[in-house]
Design a protein around this ligand. Structure first.
Ligand SMILES: [Ca+2]
Ligand SMILES: [Ca+2]
Length: 273
């Protein structure tokens, strides 16, 4: 069983509406030199989703970088990790240089697109790659991307209006930390006053509908931070902190290394942790 490490993508990477774009930069040092080609293939598969309308722009100044981590710091079952640190805005997708895996890239690009992890499914957004899983986008993956493109981040329950029910969802999740939480409108990994302010700015005042919309809020924080394990499958766990966080998922056992260290660089030199 191979594991991915996943964390969060930032909605700050995303231009909402039809022009849905992810800016990124690449660094192929420290691993196989065909990183660019493999990343391009992952991009193509997401960009081919009908109704998805996503673009990927390589930009040397982009806040998201895709590169190899320090192979000695990855566990044998860990394929990739995405880390975002706050208050810095850099998002780092770190790939295991000894085990390049196209499925891992498909998953990590989904995170960059702002899609929530989907444990216990056949989705490529499942942080744990089961046998035969994760190689192709599923209908659920395609639907998640279409919804991400179609609805403003402030429309938390994705019903087409920013209203009382979005506020209720945000209130219920207030203080939560995690990976691509729907209520984390700003995409910084925590649901707090900044998200409330974004919601306030988009809020349409009116009487709440008598019949609440279908609960469409995804990304149950418990699911993303749990460590449940079922026979031969899935587990997830999230490490969170004041300065940074990384969603960790894999084969059930904790990894000795903190995911923040998987790039093998000195934390202080990285300017934060
Ligand atoms: Ca809504
Ligand atoms: Ca936030």
């Amino acid at each position: 069983m191979r594991r991915l490490w996943g964390a969060l993508a930032a909605s700050t990477l995303i231009v909402g509406g039809a022009a849905f774009a992810v800016d990124y930069r690449l660094n192929a040092e420290g691993g196989p030199g065909d990183l660019g080609e493999r990343v391009a293939r992952a991009f193509e598969r997401w960009a081919a989703v009908e109704g998805g309308e996503v673009r990927f722009n390589e930009d040397p100044a982009a806040p998201a970088v895709i590169r190899y981590g320090d192979g000695t710091r990855f566990g044998p079952d860990t394929l990739s990790l995405t880390v975002q640190r706050t208050p810095e805005t850099e998002t780092r997708v770190l790939l295991n240089p000894t085990a390049p895996d196209e499925r891992a890239l498909l998953h990590e690009v989904g995170l960059l697109l702002g899609l929530a992890p989907a444990p216990l499914t056949q989705s490529v957004m499942n942080p744990l790659l089961g046998p035969g899983a994760g190689a192709e986008l599923t209908p659920a993956d395609e639907a998640a991307l279409r919804a991400r493109v179609a609805f403003a981040p402030e429309d938390i329950n994705q019903d087409g209006v920013v209203d009382f029910y979005d506020l209720a969802a945000l209130a219920a999740a207030y203080g939560s930390r995690g990976v691509n939480l729907p209520e984390d409108i700003t995409g910084d990994g925590v649901v707090d006053g900044a998200d409330l302010e974004r919601l306030r700015a988009a809020y349409v005042f009116g009487a709440p509908a008598e019949v609440p919309p279908e609960a469409a809020v995804e990304g149950d924080p418990e699911a993303m931070t749990g460590g449940a394990m079922t026979g031969g499958a899935m587990t997830g766990g999230a490490l969170t902190g004041e300065e940074g966080r990384a969603d960790v998922a894999g084969g059930g056992e904790a990894d000795a290394d903190a995911p923040d260290d998987l790039d093998g660089a000195d934390d202080a030199a990285e300017g934060g942790l």
